[in-house]
Design a protein around this ligand. Structure first.
Ligand code: ADP
Ligand code: MG
Length: 530
């Protein structure tokens, strides 16, 4: 449970601790709600965010909306003014259930003490059965303080693992036949597959079919980025030229350019695997729909492969073209990776970061260039080891995600890489990180602006909107709470600072000065183009 206490929920936090629930007190409800959903996605069970009435709930809505867009479970528990003061202008009185409703799968007020378990069971079950999502429970002050005879409490059982529904066997055969008939097939692995814990099944499927694949930003790691069948380095080309796409637990939304030209071929054929039937056919008609759980269905595909000799051949023009494009793209960034000028560019910074990253690190990326370039330069080898701004493109998730990841993975390195603007949204959570001694290693790629910066603040005109303080010493915020801080200007100092940060037994922040005009390698299409 992540939260901030006050009226009327302070007793809830205390009771939770007494019941053995880990409670992490944070500094802003937004971050607490981000921490809860990261923990939910990583553990497979919904985790709670506890907030006070009115403004506390409003701040927590940010997390509900983000979780809803990402299809992640979480439970927001909002304190509320007492029922007997409804409509009177009570302290922090608000229409909380109505406000939460558009951002979640289920929102309800608890109206009787005896029924608290009933609503908790319903909320937990709704959040993880079917397409996962956030839920909201409203807890008025008089319910929290209310009493009931034990014998009158409505008993419930613990919610079991979500049922794993399978696809229609004819559709399994149809999907394999469609793949066999394709000239330029492409598999896209999304975070729905990470959520369903399908990594072993997908590994077997790709191994047996030899199909080229791409991962979505958070689908990265379900299969290792360094798998030879990954065509991540030829992403644009692979999307544009594929004649058949197998969409696995991913959506044709803005991240996948809606599945439409010019980023995809006109009339691209689509096989779609999703737990949500309503998702089938969004933006592009689906040729074969596999509706159900990702892990179960890829298992079905693997069984069905036993009756087929087929795999996608090694020597096709499609493979050769993808390889050529990937080599070209990798060569294009080499000069930037080797550039030792000061302040450094992103690719130079990421060269050291990638070499330094432990294989089992959970990587949290946030920012504009920091996140986009980081996604291509930092390799993932394990499922559910990358978190970022996601489907909603939310800035400010970073520190909450790091805290959520650290609390449920005390044995793994938690590495955050944030832009300076992204860091600022919730920088005060460094106090939380130090208070709980979470050994998070945070790197701030600091270009002094939202997107780009300026070397110095102008004195002859108003400060342009995207500009932040050049060379701000964010590492000192870490030091203020007892952690270790590093400020790196010279590329030669980066690796030693990273090593020292890792060796430090506790939280550390490495603040890296980036050239204010540094950017991505030239792109064929801008990231947000259709
Ligand atoms: P990405 O951003 O990685 O493309 P999205 O969040 O857009 O991923 O899509 C994830 C999809 O996965 C959603 O459409 C969701 O319904 C689906 N999904 C969620 N859980 C499962 C599951 N257990 N099995 C299959 N699909 C799932
Ligand atoms: Mg910046």
């Amino acid at each position: 449970m992540f939260g901030i206490v006050g009226f009327p929920v302070i007793g809830v936090a205390g009771a939770a601790q007494k019941a053995g629930i880990t409670y992490i007190g944070m500094r802003n409800e937004q971050s607490a709600s981000y921490a809860a959903q990261a923990a939910g996605y990583l553990t497979g069970r919904p985790q709670a965010c506890l907030v006070v009435s009115g403004p506390g709930v409003i701040h927590g809505l940010a997390g509900l909306a983000n979780a809803e867009k990402n299809c992640w479970p979480m439970i927001l528990i909002g304190g509320a003014s007492p029922v007997y003061q409804n409509g009177m202008g009570a302290f922090q009185e608000e229409r909380q259930v109505a406000l939460a409703e558009p951002y979640c799968k289920y929102a309800h007020a608890v109206e009787h003490v005896a029924r608290i378990p009933y609503y908790v069971e319903q909320a937990v079950r709704t959040s993880i059965y079917g397409r996962p999502g956030p839920v909201y429970l409203d807890m008025p002050d008089d319910i929290i303080r209310g009493e009931v005879e034990e014998e009158h409490v409505q008993e419930v059982t613990r919610v079991g693992e979500p049922p794993r529904s399978q696809a229609n066997p004819e559709d399994i055969e149809a999907a394999l036949s469609a793949l066999e008939s394709a000239e330029r097939p492409l598999v896209i692995v999304g975070k729905g597959m990470a959520w369903s814990r399908a990594e072993q099944e997908i590994g077997e499927f790709i191994e047996r079919t030899q199909l080229p694949f791409l991962a979505s930003p958070m689908g990265k790691g379900v299969l290792p980025d360094d798998n030879p069948l990954s065509v991540g380095a030829a992403r644009s080309h692979a999307l544009r030229e594929a004649d058949l796409v197998f969409l696995m637990g991913a959506r044709f939304n803005w991240i996948m350019h809606f599945g439409l030209p010019p980023r995809f071929a006109k009339n691209v054929r689509v096989i779609q695997l999703d737990i949500s039937p309503e998702e089938i056919g969004t933006n592009v008609p689906t040729e074969v729909a596999l509706v159900g759980d990702g892990k179960a269905i890829v298992g079905q595909l693997n069984s069905a492969l036993n009756n087929r000799q087929w795999f996608y051949p090694a020597d096709t023009d499609w493979r050769a073209a993808l390889k050529e494009k990937a080599d070209e793209n990798l060569a294009a960034v080499q000069p930037m990776m080797q550039d030792e000028s000061r302040p450094m560019n992103y690719y130079r910074a990421y060269r050291d970061i990638q070499e330094w990253l432990p294989k089992d690190a959970i990587i949290i990326g946030e920012g504009a260039n920091t996140m986009d370039i980081g996604r291509t330069q930092m390799q993932n080898t394990l499922a559910r080891h990358r978190l970022d701004a996601g489907t909603y493109g939310t800035m400010g998730i970073g520190l909450g995600f790091m805290i959520g990841a650290a609390v449920c993975n005390p044995d793994k390195p938690i590495i955050g890489v944030q832009g300076d603007s992204a860091f600022g949204f919730s920088g005060m959570e460094l106090e939380t990180i130090n208070r709980y001694k979470l050994p998070i290693k945070l790197i701030v790629l600091n270009n002094g602006g939202i997107g780009g910066g300026m070397g110095e603040l102008p004195t002859d005109r108003p400060i342009p909107a995207p500009i932040l303080t050049p060379g701000a010493h964010y590492e000192k915020v870490m030091e203020a709470f007892g952690g270790k801080g590093f400020y790196v200007e010279d590329p030669a100092d980066l690796r030693p600072a990273l090593d020292e940060a890792m060796a430090h037994d506790g939280p550390a922040l490495v603040n890296v000065l980036i050239h204010p005009k540094a950017g991505r390698k030239p792109q064929k299409f801008g990231w947000l183009t259709t």
